[in-house]
Design a protein around this ligand. Structure first.
Ligand code: NAD
Length: 356
């Protein structure tokens, strides 16, 4: 049995509810994966502010540093909206990502067959879509200096150092090797020098990954192609700004916010979280869709524990549960069975045991 330490940061609102679901699935999947989990739960976000006066304490960070992976629910809520910026729950998210050195964000765009009709795109366009957007998370224009604003002008700097592009390119090629072996690197090399630099470095790194197919695409074309023919993609490799936008476009072709998982990975640490927020409008009402959180657990098995088979089994269990017609209110449609967060979670675990 391998022993793995997981830090749980349930956070606020439905973050608490979906983290409970995630933990149950982790425990169920652990049984057949040769892993034994040790969980340590810490406060982060509004609940941490209420208890300690700040949204992320050094003690919580320390626990994260000592774990094999971190699972985050969601943070934020009406109660903390008027706090000064640095005390807001959302400030803790940025700090956590920075402290853990999470330079890659991975967001899958996968369409579950039973939910195809929830997409705003035609069935023929979205059926079978399965790609990931790899976004550089700690560099680029969001962090570049100089930056500033006067009454007359505003400015930011898009800058990438070679090692920043190299490490995410490597991550992209490694991930493509475990998927369908294709990387599309997105840039704006026809206009921006920083993008031409990005392209040069990606191609240099590619020399070590000749088994992976690499192509380049301008970001404006990529935005168009994601809604025109998303099936063409396997791994989309992007800088911070472009990835921010493209990952939201890619996420939405699949339908609902309650279905979108994510992983953020650095050299030493990894963090898994659903894309959605704390949904204060439905918190405590058993209406939260736990599938984004459960799918984030599937990503944890694939990326941190290198157990792709377990990850696929969790995804199959989600598929089966949806095919059985179970729906939380956010994805409900006529003829389906309306269920609570816990009922959905129990059904996924039931199906996980069956697919074994
Ligand atoms: P949100 O994602 O919380 O909710 C948007 C809408 O989607 C709401 O109507 C909500 O009910 C619904 N929704 C979201 N997740 C759902 C789920 N799993 N099941 C069913 N319905 C779901 O976004 P928001 O309302 O803009 O933000 C609420 C709070 O969350 C804010 O404080 C915001 O700053 C914070 N937030 C946190 C994160 C994070 O922790 N990573 C991300 C986004 C927003």
């Amino acid at each position: 049995m391998e022993h793995k330490k997981i830090t749980l940061l349930p956070g606020d609102g439905i973050g608490q509810e979906v983290t409970r679901s995630a933990v149950q699935v982790m425990k169920a999947a652990a049984q057949f994966s040769g892993i034994e989990f040790e969980f340590q739960e810490c406060l982060m976000g509004g609940c941490s502010y209420d208890a300690h006066g700040i949204p992320l304490t050094d003690e919580t960070l320390q626990v994260c540093f000592n774990s094999d992976a971190v699972f985050l629910g969601a943070v934020g809520g009406y109660k903390w909206e008027t706090l000064p910026h640095h005390l807001k729950p959302e400030a803790a998210l940025l700090k956590l990502r920075k402290e853990l050195g999470l330079y890659t964000n991975i967001r899958p765009a996968k369409v579950y067959e039973p939910l195809i009709d929830a997409s705003t795109l035609k069935r023929s366009v979205v059926a079978g879509v399965d790609f990931v957007v790899l976004r550089e998370l700690t560099g680029g224009i969001y962090f570049g200096t100089p930056r500033g604003m006067t009454a007359e002008s505003g400015w930011n700097t898009m800058v990438y150092a070679k090692e920043e592009v190299e490490r995410i390119a490597r991550m992209g090629f490694e991930i493509a090797r475990k998927r369908n072996g294709r990387v599309t690197s997105v840039d704006k090399a026809n206009v921006l020098e920083v993008s031409q630099f990005w392209r040069n470095v990606v191609h240099e790194v590619h020399k070590d990954y000749q088994d992976v197919q690499l192509s380049d695409m301008y970001v404006d074309n990529a935005a168009m192609q994601i809604v025109r023919d998303p099936k063409q993609f396997d791994v989309l490799l992007t800088s911070n700004l472009f990835g921010d936008i493209l990952s939201d476009i890619a996420g939405m072709i699949t339908g609902s916010l309650g279905m979108l998982p994510s992983a953020s990975i650095g050299a030493k640490y990894s963090l898994y979280e659903p894309v959605h927020g704390s949904a204060p409008d439905i918190a405590g009402q058993k209406k939260a869709n736990p599938l984004a959180a459960i799918s984030s657990v599937a990503m944890m098995f694939a990326y941190t524990f290198n157990l792709k088979k377990t990850s696929d089994l969790i995804e199959s269990a989600i598929d089966k549960t949806l095919a059985d017609g179970l729906r939380t209110p956010d994805i409900f449609s006529e003829g389906c069975k309306l269920v609570t967060t816990d009922e959905m979670t129990d059904a996924v675990i039931g199906n996980l045991n069956k697919v074994l």
